[in-house]
Design a protein around this ligand. Structure first.
Ligand SMILES: O=CC(=O)O
Length: 333
């Protein structure tokens, strides 16, 4: 009796141990254990040899890769929620299924977002650095290191999907007034539960908020949604928090406006040219104007294991000739 060959699954980065073990049991899993991002040539080669590719947010799966004449891929099972690293339309046209890992990172990302919403106006990182960098501290003073109160301020959420709503729930508990812009208003029951005010006009919302949180995915429609023109509408004393994708904001203009005192400050977990971080942002961070995080929004052990479990479920259902639960279609973007 012939032994059925296991499908070849190429995983582009190191994953949690329990996920790697399970993948090896189920598939002929080739895992990039040294964890350095694969080059475009290596990704192209993987697409020519593997049945399934498991990329992450750092891998660009372009039309050139999926359109290679000898591309063998049948499934791209992204280890990540955002799929802006994949040309979903090209993959779809080529008959390659794409899946992602939604829901399991919602709460973790919202926690990080809330932490940054608190940290910027309260100057938390700047304050902590005074002690960790050995700067002089003469003790408590009535007028020193004063930030701004959080309670009662207006929070404007750009993108009220799962993560935006999870941020709103947290922010409400801190006494923030919740405002949001989205393609469509959320269901009345959710809006009522969150006490959230809908702004059809993003321009009008931006002009009135104290803190703006970017929580929409990066798609062709949201590239530079916070354009130079829109960023200039934001109040001088307002803060921007971005834990979504750098490309949603015109980063160069944001930097100029913060440098010029036209926007109060920002907390960024994502960058337009990631992993490169504009040195001007680093200078602003040193001056206490911005907080910079290295794309850690969903970085919890629990979340990464759950993302891996979702990847495995997506691969198994696909290989069993069923529709994987987290299919991404071009029409969804
Ligand atoms: O940023 C992380 C993700 O999109 O999963």
């Amino acid at each position: 009796m012939s032994v059925k060959k296991k499908p070849l699954v190429v995983v582009t980065r190191k994953l949690p141990d329990s996920i790697e073990t399970r993948m090896r049991e189920l598939f002929d899993a080739r895992i990039n254990l040294d964890d350095t991002p694969m080059s475009p040539d290596q990704l192209a080669e993987a697409a020519r040899t593997a049945d399934v590719l498991v990329p992450t947010v750092t891998d660009h799966i372009t039309a050139d890769i999926v359109n290679q004449p000898d591309c063998k891929l049948r499934l791209i099972a992204n280890f990540g929620n955002g799929v802006d690293n994949i040309d979903v339309e090209a993959a779809h046209a080529r008959g390659i299924t794409v899946t992602n890992t939604p829901k399991v990172l919602t709460e973790d990302t919202a926690d990080m977002t809330m932490a940054l919403i608190l940290a910027v106006p309260r100057r938390m990182i700047e304050g902590a650095s005074i002690l960790t960098e050995g700067k002089s501290w003469a003790g408590w003073s009535p007028t020193w290191m004063l930030g701004h109160r959080i309670g009662g301020k207006r929070l404007g959420i750009v993108g009220m999907g799962r993560i935006g709503q999870a941020v709103a729930r947290r922010a409400r508990a801190f006494g923030l007034q919740i405002h949001y812009h989205n393609r469509r208003p959320v269901a009345p029951k959710i809006a009522e539960e969150l006490g959230a005010t809908y702004w059809e006009s993003l321009d009008q919302m931006l002009a009135r908020m104290d803190i703006i949180s970017v929580n929409c995915p990066h798609t062709p429609a949201t590239y530079h949604l916070l354009s130079a023109r829109r960023l200039k509408l934001i109040r001088k004393d307002a803060y921007i928090v971005n834990t979504a994708r750098g490309e949603v904001t015109d980063e160069d203009t944001l930097i100029k406006l913060i440098e010029g005192g036209e926007i109060g400050g920002a907390a960024l977990d994502v960058y337009e040219h990631e992993p490169a971080v504009n040195p001007k942002l680093v200078r602003l961070a040193k001056a206490g104007k911005v907080i910079l995080m290295p794309h850690m929004g969903s970085a919890t052990i629990e979340g990464r294991v759950e993302m891996g479990e979702k990847v495995i479920i997506n691969i198994r259902t696909f290989l069993d000739a069923h529709k994987p639960p987290d299919r991404v279609l071009p029409s969804m973007l």
